[in-house]
Design a protein around this ligand. Structure first.
Ligand code: A2P
Length: 290
């Protein structure tokens, strides 16, 4: 894909990639192969998605089929909440590389800020980075309080913070903090898990450009300087979501979408956290200090 950003350690990262959350191994392998065939240069997975094996297989096949090298693709994975802690992170990460069939990842993130552990986990990421097994390291779902904590204690600054971000959930304070500290905001579920696609205001803008709502949202991400990783398991949509370089939203439309923010985080991960409580969170406050 056409645009890349330069992370704070000088590493180049494609601004659009394929997300594979909630996709099984078979689906992930297929989606990764379609994406790479159609020009995607970045793939985002996590141990928690339980599809690293499928991603690794799809990546291997796609590289062979398209006569590409591992270095041509930017691969992200994340440290599972239950694996956090210094020794455990180092140990579990080895298994992740094995499942992904690779010697290194391009970006390694702490998936969620597990209280009492994320600083130790960050130290493990710094070691992995210094040892050359991750070209960049970052965080995900960290609010400002926890980002400050990381910045105070880190010797390597996070390159990105991956957050839920879409027109209805813009995390303005976190975006401003990231901008100030030269940390890229990366959007997970940029289409709101599909829920934002029916928005009639966005449809009106999309019609004006002869594009789909998904394309308008992803184009808006690019113009806002955000890294974005839309998920789809359909080839036509995978193609469509990358076809966002032949138009530009005018300033008025960008400003209009900026005005759609409702601070609307998805209900789903609320339930995931503090009801199932798989990873030691007590409640919402435990995750979001701000
Ligand atoms: P599917 O995988 O069946 O194509 P997000 O990236 O925000 O999590 O959104 C992913 C959701 O949006 C999935 O349900 C996906 O469905 C759907 N989706 C992805 N791209 C498109 C598109 N271009 N048009 C319509 N729905 C899409």
């Amino acid at each position: 894909l056409e645009s890349t950003v330069t992370l704070n350690n000088g590493v180049q990262m494609p601004q659009v990639g394929l997300g594979v959350w909630k996709v099984n191994n078979t689906g992930a392998s297929q989606s990764v192969q379609w994406a790479i065939k159609h020009g995607y240069k970045a793939i985002d997975t996590a141990k928690q998605y339980d599809n690293e094996k499928g991603v690794g297989l799809g990546l291997k096949k796609a590289l062979a089929d398209n006569n590409m090298k591992r270095e041509d693709i930017f691969l992200t994975t994340k440290i599972f909440n239950g694996d956090q802690g210094y020794d455990s992170t180092l140990e579990q990460f080895k298994g992740q590389l094995k499942r992904l069939q690779t010697d290194y990842v391009d970006l390694l993130l702490i998936h969620w800020p597990v209280d009492g552990t994320y600083l130790e986990t960050w130290r493990a990421l710094e070691k992995i980075y210094h040892d050359g097994y991750a070209r960049a390291i970052g965080i995900s779902n960290f609010d400002i309080t926890k980002m400050k904590d990381i910045l105070l204690n880190a010797s390597v600054k996070p390159a990105v913070n991956q957050m839920e971000f879409n027109p209805l959930c813009q995390e303005e304070d976190i975006k401003a903090f990231c901008d100030k500290h030269n940390i890229y905001l990366e959007a997970w579920s940029p289409l709101g898990g599909g829920a934002v696609l029916g928005d009639t205001r966005l449809k009106k803008i999309a019609d004006k450009y002869n594009k789909s709502v998904a394309q308008v949202i992803l184009r808006w991400d690019l113009q806002r300087g955000i890294i974005t990783i839309p998920k789809s398991v359909h080839e036509a949509r995978i193609i469509q979501n990358a076809d966002i370089y032949d138009f530009e939203l005018d300033d008025k439309d960008v400003a209009e979408i900026n005005g759609f923010d409702e601070d609307k985080r998805s209900i789903w991960y609320g339930g995931f956290f503090w009801h199932g409580n798989p990873d030691g969170y007590k409640d919402e406050v435990d995750v979001w200090d701000d």
